[in-house]
Write a protein that binds this ligand. Sequence first.
Ligand SMILES: Nc1ccn([C@@H]2O[C@H](COP(=O)(O)OP(=O)(O)OP(=O)(O)O)[C@@H](O)[C@H]2O)c(=O)n1
Ligand SMILES: C[C@](O)(CO)[C@H](O)COP(=O)(O)O
Length: 380
Amino acid sequence: MGFSAIVVAAGSGSRAGGAKQWRTVAGRPVARWSVEALLAAGAREVVVVIAADAETQARAALEGLTGWRAVSGGATRADSVRAGLGALNGADDEPVLIHDAARPFLTGELIERLLSGLADADGVLPALPVADSLRRGGEGRVVGAVDRENLWRAQTPQAFRLKTIRDAYAAWPNDEAATDEAAVVERAGGRVRLIPGDPRLMKLTYPEDFAMAEALSVARTTIRIGQGFDVHRWGPGSSVWLCGVEIPHDQTLIGHSDADAGLHALTDAILGAIADGDIGDHFPPSDPQWKGASSDRFLVYAAQRVATRGGRIINVDVTLICEQPKVKPHRQAMRERLAALLNLPLDAVSVKATTSEGLGFTGRGEGLAAQAAVSIELPA
Ligand SMILES: Nc1ccn([C@@H]2O[C@H](COP(=O)(O)OP(=O)(O)OP(=O)(O)O)[C@@H](O)[C@H]2O)c(=O)n1
Ligand SMILES: C[C@](O)(CO)[C@H](O)COP(=O)(O)O
């Protein structure tokens, strides 16, 4: 089912000691976790509501992701949600998920359950039962017990159809603060379905929540590896492209694109790690638009496919197999180029070379072979 989403990230994070949505958990900005999860689940667009002065932070935090845009929020969470609703351009009956950026551990599984739950309800609220007993207290002492039966802890995302939530907010009294969208739709007479929430979807509210989130993030990721291999034939020419660097040489590699075997092997390794076919599936050699193309774009495209799945490349390792040209003088430039293309630190990028001792097609100088390995972290 198509859907769009609003991620509210315009709060000041005063209880956490500052703008928590741009802090990192497991190396990833808090707001990025949810935007990635929503995009990976197929959101048509994600509107990220930010403070008026947070554009640079938002761009940095969401770098490399496509399918989102930022709008300015308001003084309260409800104002920010209203701003997001105003920016969405979907049809009246399009489902919209409204989510706190401060709840990073959103799963595709919960998104699916929310969307399914909308089939016969005006809204869907994920919530958890209250496990601890409850007391009313004041001035350091207990003043009474509270019956916890039928009490639920409301989470986000909350799901609605666009017109339902817009109309409900339009009917909400201006002088009253809405705690969440479920409350707004209930007040307007809508039926909000309660579904089981996710304990991992805690709202980062206090400074100590970040230590808990770091611990939880370990269980939320899985490590993948991928490997790639490519060969191109030598032919007449005066330079060769290898790992994104042009090297003067008395021959060139022949291919439909620029024949950069290093980049092709690495692109395949990345696609392999996410089980997303191979370079030929995405950039068919029969397609004239890739004739002479710079292979940089193939690599960047594969890296974006990882990012849209909420993943992150950890390290890459390329081996070039040829008698000539000598790779060592160009190795540093190749590493720097790959690091720039993949937005990785230099110590996560390795380029090696070997001859095949005069044996086989590489030894006879008929062609060059490249192999690559990558490791990738993906949401579990
Ligand atoms: N004017 C506001 C206030 C809150 N939010 C967002 O609403 C979510 C839930 O709010 P909360 O956890 O209360 O965040 P803050 O308001 O930032 O925190 P605090 O109340 O501690 O200042 C957060 O993702 C927050 O960024 C928002 O977009 N606009
Ligand atoms: C929307 C919410 O996260 C649901 O539990 C909650 O109402 C936000 O409350 P806050 O006052 O902004 O922390």
